[in-house]
Ligand binder design. Structure first.
Ligand code: MRU
Length: 355
């Protein structure tokens, strides 16, 4: 086993064994287990259960999964192949509803088929493999560029607060919100990172604290309800978070609790930065109100992670997995193309043109 979790690939293709290979993130930080998934239902479950999670990593996993589904299709005609591919695509698209990267990656894979209808099924399968690999390699490049832009906004020694995990474990490499921190470390910067634990699935505690600590970065874990106190104490100079979908007006959907952090940041006059690959910008969704917020099982808040249930049996629960941060609370959105500031409606449109 490697010492540093960053030495493992979050998600990859084992083409020889027809497998989607991931780190099982539900077991971190206590156990590093690599899963090699060959059944579509196991790949679907891996996304639904958050064994692989984080918007960009979900996109890469879905691209590999749908390629593997396509590879198994035994159809000699284009029509039959496309029909069965579409069934596999629809199946995978139902694994999680909020991160737009899932749909973006599956649509991109489908486009490979529709744009090559004159080719043989075998040729199309090879093109699908290449596209899945390209989606992953692009993500590495994009995350690095996000890190470069993010680094220009902070200085050595700064205190940075983050929520959830938008690190390497959520992408193909580097991460989005954690990319400036990882890159900064490579260049000798010593940031002091505060990671909100991120109830209920504890991505901040189990993944961010683990990922940063493992990479030798000064990280301090706090419970979500400590963020205000830590900000007021002057320890935080900037906040960096990732996101699952940016609406056309700049409203941002990210892990539940993000909007509360943004409201506090405004109160304490701390810059609030959202890091997002351009693939996360969804100009077809006008505002955050139209984003489908995933609701997850109540057991995640009543008993998971605890030795015994922490609530009366059958108590009513509400477990939204994401929330919307109003664009007015956002200092800037950082993409691979640069730093986007208000007015977001116009500037996000401009940035999409760069693709
Ligand atoms: O439910 P999760 O763990 O998939 O949620 C992840 C997040 O909300 C991340 O902040 C977001 O996907 C950005 S990851 C670079």
């Amino acid at each position: 086993m490697c010492e540093n979790i960053l030495e493992y690939e979050t998600v990859s293709l084992d083409d020889e064994n027809n497998a989607l290979v991931i780190i099982d993130q539900t077991l971190l930080p206590n156990k590093i287990e690599i899963l090699s998934l060959t059944e579509q239902k196991d790949m679907w479950n891996a996304i639904y259960l958050l064994q692989v999670r984080g918007a960009p990593a979900i996109g890469v996993a879905a691209a590999i999964a749908v390629y593997l589904a396509a590879k198994q299709i035994k159809a000699s005609t284009y029509g039959e192949f496309y029909k069965q591919f579409t069934e596999a695509k629809i199946y995978l698209s139902k694994a999680r509803p909020t991160a737009v990267n899932l749909f973006w990656a599956l649509d991109r894979m489908e486009k490979v088929i529709t744009e090559n209808s004159e080719k043989s099924v075998d040729e199309i399968k090879i093109l699908l493999k290449n596209e899945a690999k390209k989606i992953k390699n692009e993500d590495i490049d994009i995350c690095k560029k996000i890190g470069e832009h993010g680094l220009t906004l902070i200085k050595d020694g700064d205190g940075i607060l983050t929520h959830c995990n938008a690190g390497q474990l959520a992408t193909a490499k580097y991460g989005t919100a954690l990319s400036p921190i990882h890159l900064g470390r490579e260049r000798g910067c010593r940031f002091k990172v505060f990671a909100c634990e991120t109830r209920p699935l504890l991505q901040g505690a189990r993944l961010t604290a683990f990922e940063l600590y493992s990479n030798g970065i000064d990280v301090t874990l706090i419970c979500d309800n400590m963020a205000s106190h830590v900000m007021k104490s002057g320890r935080i100079q900037a906040i960096f978070v990732g996101c699952d979908r940016v609406a056309a007006n700049g409203d941002v959907c990210n892990k539940i609790g993000t909007s509360g952090v943004a409201i506090l940041a405004k109160h304490y006059d701390i810059p609030f930065y959202v890091c997002a690959p351009t693939s996360t910008i969804d100009l077809n969704t006008p505002t955050g109100d139209e984003i489908h917020i995933e609701e997850r099982p109540s057991a995640e808040i009543t008993e998971m992670w605890f030795k015994q249930p922490i609530t009366p049996k059958d108590v009513k629960t509400y477990n939204p997995a994401f929330d919307i941060t109003d664009n007015k609370l956002i200092t800037a959105i950082i993409t691979e193309h640069g730093i986007i500031r208000a007015p977001f409606f116009e500037n996000l449109r401009e940035s999409r043109k760069k693709i």
